[in-house]
Design a protein around this ligand. Sequence first.
Ligand code: FAD
Length: 493
Amino acid sequence: MSGRISVAPRDAAEVRAYDIETDVLVVGYGCAGAAAAFEAARAGAQVLVLDRMGGPGGASALSGGEIYLGGGTPIQQACGFDDDPAAMAAFLSAALGPGADPDKITRYSADSVAHFHWLAARGVPFKPTLWDAPAWVPPTDDGLMWLGENSWPFSELAAPAPRGHRPAAHDFGGKLLMDCLAEAARSAGATALFDTRATCLIVADDGAVVGAMARRYGTELAVRARRGVVLTTGGFVDNDAMLAAHAPKLLGHTKVSAGTDDGSGIRMAQAIGAAVRHMATGQVGISLVPGLAARGIVVNGRGQRFVNEDTYPGRIGQAALFGPGMDTWVVLDERAYDEVPQQQRWGVRPTHVAETVEELAELMGVPAAALADTVRRYNASASDGVDPEFAKAARWVRPLTPPLAAIDVRAGVRPPSESGDRRGTGASVFTLGGLHTTLDGAVLDIDGAAIPGLFAAGRAASNLHGEGYISGTSLGDGTFFGRRAGIAAARDT
Ligand SMILES: Cc1cc2nc3c(=O)[nH]c(=O)nc-3n(C[C@H](O)[C@H](O)[C@H](O)COP(=O)(O)OP(=O)(O)OC[C@H]3O[C@@H](n4cnc5c(N)ncnc54)[C@H](O)[C@@H]3O)c2cc1C
């Protein structure tokens, strides 16, 4: 997708007549847009949501539905876990940093139980049962999962508690989540116009944003927003020009999106002087099965381990992509493979099997002496159930016994619902950087002043994340800060 479509602002004085008028205009109907629209409408504002697609959803509806919540939610309590906002904030600061926003993390953690109740009140169902193993998306409808809180180094930095909350759907719960949020926005009175793409912001003489221009079936529309415009257009992973400029490491990998993350909202705001943050950062879904990785070892192209394999798998992906690269392998034995039920292996099979480590290394194309040394050192302490190099938790540590197998992560994984060959780079990515916003979603300019009438949330904004990512924090901060942006936009004068 081109990054060169003009987003130059329209001078309000040049708009002869408005085709549509509303109090709050929300651009983009994913989780952040739905949350903003609901709260703005509940606050009494007239709300219109535009989406370039034929209905609400965006990446949110395709997602796993995991939402990062904690501090003592009813689901955590029902599963027997004590948690508090300080422990949650300590985990998030470490896992989402460096560069994570401390004020946003503190507010998000302090209000997390309330946000859980908000989601539950919108009809999002959470089952009070725990999925107790590393996973991308558990194959059950368990409502709670670990997202690395019980793995090193986080287990030593903050009292561990599982905080991945999932709508009660088998596998991917994003559609269920979006159905609930869109219905809530509709019921609160928000209206929507689909197949309508916002193209630029309309700006008054004093610099205030007073609306947006849009295109619908080839017709240009001028939309006036009396109180505010909320940009919830998603990130920019589908815009290769923007990736090349800001996040070149993310270029060339599978894009985790609905195909609409062209960065248009970010660019529209940049065109009127908005500041951006953390544009080089991204989530890296690595093509491995977490249950297999935890039971084996993950090595790079030099045959060396580089991370504890029981951590949140996105951290393995980030460590690989931003470290030695995606030439990455899972090495394991037959017992480890067999312990993971077939349904949870997502179609992944060993790419190489051999009787000795040296033979396996040759098949993999990695230095044999290095891989043999890695396995020897791992096995030496694994007999005592410890991992002195990367502190993998004892429950996953056991000597690997030949014959050994290697799985090339570039061979890909295949969720049970999909078929076909997925061979690629081994990484699937989306962007985390975006517009610099306040706690209430006001977009800041490059001098740090709020741009009147302009708000943003979701992946169009930079909220909780620094360089790190944990699953659930995207839907989590999208809905949480989307709500705050909607409330603020509704009262803006
Ligand atoms: C397969 C998959 C699994 C995932 N799993 C998880 C998970 O379990 N937990 C988690 O936290 N995150 C997950 N994510 C990431 C998460 O879904 C997204 O980061 C999040 O949904 C972004 O929300 P959003 O509201 O910012 O954007 P979106 O949900 O993408 O919504 C943006 C909307 O804006 C519209 N739009 C864009 N530009 C314009 C324009 N110019 N004019 C009008 N409309 C426009 C788009 O059509 C889209 O509908 C997953 C993503 C995928 C694809």
